[in-house]
Ligand binder design. Structure first.
Ligand code: PLP
Length: 808
């Protein structure tokens, strides 16, 4: 599209909506008008995609996830429609900045962290690969809380993201479905001797879908992200006359639960899970029936993916529809269900493995509970001849009065995957070993990936331009072509261009830091970044301990040859996660101490940016020199910020955990700083139960001084939090082995400092990170899901598959 055309469309939209000219428009008005123009640009392709799918009757995948974390969509849609450059030029010509206009959009944060962001990266890749794949989730009225620091403490504020409306969504009243909760279900024999459920009591809530177009990268493909919102069913208006009765209903899709790993026993959460599962499955079955094929062939047209255990009820809900509404015999219904379903496990953390008390299940979804009981009974019966009772009793769904959601998902799916090689191996050998004995053929690995378009093309335009001029533009379609950059490892001109792009990004971030925190940072310092949810296993505290060590080194010798460093944190803690909040307070007070200590002479700065989200990630990542991926080995299933940072040329300091291992394999030991216990060593400690944090503390005076600093008054204002940290390390024997890994972490940090001082070498390492990051594009991950698990194919013949020839 020509610039002039875009301008005309924008002008006419501003007239239509606001009756104003461009010159009078505020950024808010420009945003709304431009977003509407963008929407109209893909409207036709969206309906065409739907029509073609119906005509071609191609198999479609449905990705069920209780979280999606898309961030802002304006620039992403412009990019994928091929309009970003045009829009940027136009706005410049009109003396506006597109960035300022894009800034107006609310960051759509219907997720906590990695899991939700993965779902959104997959949406981008599915559409960009031309694959028919749709998202199914919940339209929360409030997204993840907004984080503020007050006196160094985290304070949570509501994220009222829908207040000014959401331009991208389309309400689909006609596609609403009813969701049944509660009551009692009796099985009554009908005239054919078949048991039929008869419901007494209970209530019905209405699920209304809001669809958002997922725009493919310059390929005319528009998939759908369908998010469900609760409403009072028309027929029941009278029963919801009071504000009280409405409130409990409206609570259902009001808020996202803000904990990224455990939501214990909350009735509303279970109701949420059933809500988007039942709504999604009903709408899929309704669509399938339009195709006029027998239900027994469903797996030829439909693949349903269970993203973590929250949508595990997909199994029992599809069974319910097939049995109760469509009269299929159990065996047929079960065969269909298992063929249609697949499941991704995201964690080995025990507290995150969902279980629900059966009383709650019976109260909220009695018919599903009956079906789960029957699945469980038949499971025991079917495998009784092949496996020992003890094994079956450990793997059955209902154990000790609780429904195990992972067990339901595994037993009801034909594929179970982990999210990095190490994680998938641990599932087979430890976490889900019992299931592996029973269903070895179901287990496979799909290493996570990231949408290269958002995390490079959008977030890092300076670097993208350097790549274009150096290796051409093919990497924009085939991320593996980033490999071409390897030819320039020793080319001083290219290395300098990369360094210049990095400096530009660091200057922009420095300005943001100055504006939001008042802290001055020097863009020539090392920008050392740890951005992720605050969690004990991710070990932000280990990072703090190293910062304290450097602080003491400089106190002892202000001339110590340490290259200036800015430590940048971004992290939200779950509101109920007391210890994580204590760490936030400690980091903020350490920052206060160091940033204001004149003897440090600006050699160290600590910056904790508020409200880490996708938009902030897009600011920080392009400016990072060092990527902190320091979880205790075996605890981080994959990680994806490690991939985003690598792609942007940051050098990783990492444990051999999750996808860090695959990153190391891709770039070689010489281009990454590895440290710490291995997963085998961690498990050996567990087996021998011989870890003594105190022993490490006792024998290392440097470590002693650092640990003591939490309680000896060195760091002001952390009396309570410092004690909690100190106790977790010594009194409670340091669950995540920080004291053990401290020394090797400091050594690795020292190697990083040395490498940075040799700028030529540093730039070459950075280049190698960029050049090898292509294989972590979600395009490849999704292609593997499509080939191995979902068996779906591109809708349009002209859509190119990513060039996978060079993939090993
Ligand atoms: C990528 C991303 C994450 C995941 O980070 P990890 O370090 O892999 O845990 C979390 N939050 C946001 C906003 C992200 O963009």
């Amino acid at each position: 599209m020509e610039k002039a055309t875009l301008q005309e469309l924008l002008e006419s939209r501003l007239k239509d909506i606001f009756s104003i000219e461009i010159a009078e428009a505020s950024p808010q008005e420009l945003f709304l008008a431009l977003a509407n123009v963008v929407k109209s640009c893909y409207a036709n392709d969206w309906s065409q995609t739907r029509k073609n799918l119906l005509v071609e009757q191609q198999k479609q995948a449905y990705y069920f996830s209780i979280e999606f974390l898309p961030g802002k969509l304006l620039k992403s849609n412009l990019l994928n429609l091929g309009l970003l450059d045009t829009a940027e030029e136009l706005f410049e010509e009109l003396s506006f900045s597109l960035d300022e206009v894009a800034e107006v959009e609310k960051d759509m944060a219907l997720g906590n962290g990695g899991l939700g962001r993965l779902a959104s990266c997959f949406m981008d890749s599915l559409a960009s690969l031309g694959l028919p794949g749709n998202g199914n989730g919940i339209r929360y009225n409030y997204g993840l809380f907004k984080q503020k620091f007050v006196d160094g403490h985290q304070v949570e504020l509501p994220d009222d993201w829908l207040r000014a409306g959401n331009v991208w969504e389309v309400r689909k009243e006609s596609k609403a479905v009813d969701i049944q909760y509660g009551g009692e279900v009796y099985l009554i024999e009908d005239e054919n001797g078949r048991l039929r459920p008869e419901r007494h009591g209970g209530y019905v809530w209405r699920a209304v879908p809001y669809d958002t177009g997922m725009v493919g990268y310059q390929n005319d493909m528009i998939n759908t992200l369908r998010l469900w919102s609760v409403e009072v069913p028309a027929a029941e208006e009278a029963n919801y006359a009071t504000i009280e009765s409405r409130r409990s209903l409206e609570d259902l899709t009001a808020v996202l639960y803000p904990d990224d790993s455990n939501e214990r026993g909350k009735k509303t959460r279970l109701m949420q899970e059933y809500f988007f599962v039942s709504a999604g499955i009903q709408s899929i079955v309704r669509y399938y029936l339009k195709l006029n094929h027998p239900l027994t062939m469903m797996s030829e047209k439909i693949a349903i993916h269970i993203n973590d255990t929250h949508p595990a009820l997909c199994v029992s809900e599809l069974m319910r529809l097939l049995l109760d509404d469509h009269d299929l015999p159990w065996e047929q219904a079960w065969a269909i269900t298992v063929k249609v379903m697949s499941y991704t496990n995201h964690t080995i953390m025990a507290e995150a493995l969902e279980k629900w008390p059966i009383d709650l299940f019976k109260e909220v979804i009695p018919r599903n509970y009956q079906i789960i009981e029957e699945i469980d009974r038949r499971y025991l019966e079917e495998y009784a001849e092949v496996h020992e009772a003890a094994l079956l009793n450990r793997t059955r769904i209902i154990i000790d009065g609780q429904v195990h959601m992972a067990h339901l998902a595994i037993i009801g799916s034909h594929s179970v995957n982990g999210v990095a090689k190490l994680h998938s191996d641990l599932l087979k050998s430890v976490v889900l070993h019992d299931f592996y004995l029973i269903f070895p053929e179901r287990f496979n690995n799909k290493t996570n990936g990231i949408a290269q378009r958002r995390w490079m093309q959008l977030a890092n335009q300076p670097l993208s331009k350097v790549l274009d001029t150096t290796i051409g533009k093919s990497w924009r379609h085939n991320p593996q072509d980033l490999q071409l950059l390897k030819n320039y490892q020793e080319d001083p001109t290219v290395l300098q261009r990369l360094a210049d792009a990095k400096l530009t990004n660091k200057q922009a971030l420095a300005e943001y830091i100055q504006q939001t925190t008042g802290i001055e940072v020097d863009p020539t310092a090392i920008f050392d970044v740890q951005i992720k949810r605050l969690h004990a296993y991710k070990r932000q505290l280990l990072n703090v301990m190293h910062i304290l060590k450097l602080y003491f080194d400089l106190k002892d010798d202000p001339q110590a040859p340490i290259h200036p460093r800015v430590f940048i944190f971004g992290a939200k803690a779950a509101p109920s996660y007391h210890y994580a909040k204590a760490i936030i307070k400690v980091i903020n007070e350490v920052a206060n101490l160091i940033n204001h200590d004149p003897t440090i002479n600006d050699k160290l700065k600590v910056v904790f940016l508020e409200n880490y989200n996708v938009t902030l990630a897009e600011r920080i990542i392009p400016a990072a020199d060092v990527s902190e991926q320091i979880s205790l080995a075996s605890k981080e299933a994959s990680g994806t910020s490690n991939m985003k940072l690598m792609l942007n040329g940051a050098v990783t300091i990492a444990t051999l955990d999750g996808a860090n291992i695959e990153i190391r394999d891709a770039i070689g030991d010489e281009n990454i700083a590895i440290f710490g216990l291995t997963e085998e060593e961690v498990y050996a400690y567990y087996a021998q139960q011989n870890y003594s944090a105190y022993a490490f503390y006792e024998e290392d005076p440097v470590l002693q001084r650092v640990v003591n600093a939490f309680i000896d008054g060195t760091i002001p204002n952390i009396e309570r939090e410092g004690r909690e940290v100190f106790d977790s390390l010594l009194k409670y024997n340091d669950e995540y082995f920080l004291l053990k890994d401290f020394k090797s972490y400091c050594d690795a940090q020292y190697r990083v400092d040395l490498a940075y001082k040799d700028q030529q070498r540093w730039q070459a390492i950075s280049l190698m990170n960029i050049a090898n990051a292509g294989k972590f594009s979600a395009d490849y991950t999704v292609q593997n899901y499509a080939d191995d698990i979902w068996q779906i194919e591109p809708l349009y013949a002209h859509v190119k598959e990513p060039n996978s020839a060079s993939l090993t």
